[in-house]
Design a protein around this ligand. Structure first.
Ligand code: SF4
Length: 375
C-alpha cells in the first residue's frame, strides 16, 4: 500500500539505524520524548528501540487523549449518562476507562444508562435525529485531530435545528502541554524527567501545522521534529533530533512532509475557531492544571453545550492510588515499573486508562512487549 510499505522497509531501516549509530555521540545521552501514543506503539511494534544505540532512549509522553482525561471529567460523563432521558455517545476507548471507584461508562451502561459507542460525530447526530424525544450528548475528547469534527457537528446541529443534541467538550491542545512538561516541577520525591528533544505529533500537526511548536522549541531550547507514525518515520526523526542536539540547535523540523505543512489545515482551523474558544486552564491526568490547554464551546453555541444544559454535581473524584498512569504520562515511569502491570492490570482487566486505550503506553508494552502469557 502506497505510503505504508515503503516506510516499513527493513533495509532502509538498517541504513537509518547505521546513520544513527554513527552520529550519536557515545559520550552523551539522548532522551527523546515521543509525544504521541501512536509513536509509542510504532516504537514497540517494530522494535525501534532495539535499532538505536543504548544511549538513545525514548521517553513516553502524554500523547494519548483517552489517558490524559482527568478522572473528574470522566466521573462527570458517567453522571451525565445516568441522567433520565439522556443518551450518551462517545468513542469506543472511553467506554472502559475506570473512573472513581473503578466505575466506567460500560458499567453505567450495565446499570441501565443508555451509553452508545460511535465512530464519528456523524453517528451521534444520527442518533439525535432518530430520537427526537431524548437528549443526546456527545462526550467529546481528543487532541486537535478530533476537534474539527466536533465543531462541524455543532454547526450541523444548529443548521438542522437539532435541539436535543449537545456536546460535553473535553478537547485539549498539544503545544501548551509540551511547554508545560518542560517547565513543570516534578512531584515531591520524583526525579525530574530529562528530555533533550521531542518527536512531535503528526496527525495533530496535519491540522494545526508545525509553526505552533516554535515558541516551545525557542523558549525552552528543545528541538522538535514532527514525526510520522511508520517505523522509518520514527528512525529518520530520531536522526534529525540527534543532529540538532549535536549541533546545539533547537528548531522545529518537519519529517512528516507528506502530510504536514507549516500552516496546517486552515479550513479546519477556521471551523474550530468559529465554534470553540480557549479555556484559561484545564486539568490533565498526570500534568495537573495546564494554562490555555483546552477548548470550550463559545457562548454563541451555548445551546449545544452539555456543561450548560445539564447541571453536574461537584464530586470527590479520585485517581486509583496504586495506578501509576500519572507518572507514566509524565514520562518519569515506564509501565513495567507499575506494580499492577501485567498482574492486576491487563487489557482484559484494566485498572488505568493507559492500559485501556489503543494509544496508551501500558497497552503498547503489553501488546508488543510479549507480556501476554503463551496459551
Ligand atoms: S499498568 Fe495499569 S495500573 Fe499500572 S500504570 Fe498502567 S494502567 Fe495504571
Amino acid at each position: 500500500m502506497k505510503y505504508i510499505r515503503e516506510f516499513r522497509d527493513g533495509q532502509l531501516a538498517q541504513k537509518l539505524a547505521g546513520a544513527i549509530a554513527r552520529e550519536a555521540d557515545p559520550g552523551r545521552q539522548y532522551h527523546l520524548m515521543e509525544f504521541c501514543g501512536g509513536h509509542t506503539h510504532a516504537i514497540f511494534r517494530y522494535g525501534v528501540q532495539d535499532l538505536v544505540p543504548a544511549n538513545v532512549t525514548y521517553v513516553h509522553g502524554p500523547g494519548c487523549p483517552v489517558c490524559v482525561l482527568p478522572v473528574r471529567r470522566l466521573d462527570d460523563a458517567i453522571e451525565l449518562a445516568l441522567k433520565d432521558n439522556v443518551i450518551l455517545t462517545t468513542y469506543g476507548d472511553m467506554m472502559r476507562v475506570p473512573g472513581t471507584k473503578q466505575k466506567s461508562l460500560i458499567k453505567a451502561k450495565a446499570e441501565g444508562a443508555d451509553v452508545r459507542m460511535v465512530y464519528s460525530t456523524q453517528d451521534a447526530l444520527r442518533i439525535a435525529r432518530d430520537n427526537p424525544h431524548r437528549q443526546v450528548v456527545f462526550f467529546a475528547i481528543g487532541f486537535e485531530t478530533t476537534t474539527p469534527p466536533t465543531a462541524v457537528a455543532i454547526l450541523q446541529a444548529e443548521a438542522e435545528g437539532l435541539t436535543n443534541f449537545s456536546v460535553f467538550c473535553n478537547h485539549v491542545l498539544t503545544p501548551p502541554a509540551i511547554a508545560h512538561i518542560v517547565e513543570a516541577p516534578s512531584e515531591p520525591g520524583e526525579i525530574p524527567v530529562r528530555i533533550d528533544g521531542f518527536l512531535g505529533p503528526s496527525h495533530v500537526s496535519s491540522v494545526i501545522g508545525w509553526a505552533p511548536y516554535e515558541p516551545a522549541a525557542r523558549d525552552f531550547g528543545k528541538p522538535v521534529v514532527i514525526a510520522g507514525f511508520e517505523p522509518l518515520d520514527v528512525l529518520q526523526s530520531t536522526l534529525m533530533l540527534i543532529r540538532q542536539i549535536n549541533d546545539g540547535r533547537h528548531e522545529v523540523e518537519n519529517q512528516y512532509t507528506r502530510v504536514v505543512t507549516q500552516e496546517g489545515n486552515r479550513k479546519a482551523q477556521a471551523l474550530v475557531d468559529q465554534v470553540l474558544e480557549l479555556r484559561r486552564t484545564f486539568e490533565w491526568r498526570g500534568l495537573g492544571y495546564v494554562p490555555d490547554s483546552a477548548l470550550r464551546i463559545r457562548a454563541r453555541f451555548a445551546g449545544f453545550d452539555a456543561e450548560k444544559r445539564f447541571a453536574v454535581s461537584p464530586k470527590e473524584s479520585r485517581e486509583i492510588k496504586s495506578c501509576d498512569c500519572p507518572a507514566v504520562l509524565r514520562g518519569v515511569k515506564k509501565p513495567t515499573e507499575c506494580k499492577l502491570f501485567g498482574t492486576t492490570c491487563t487489557p482484559d482487566t484494566p485498572v488505568g486508562a493507559c492500559m485501556v486505550s489503543s494509544e496508551g503506553a501500558c497497552a503498547a508494552y503489553w501488546t508488543y512487549g510479549r507480556k501476554r502469557a503463551v496459551a
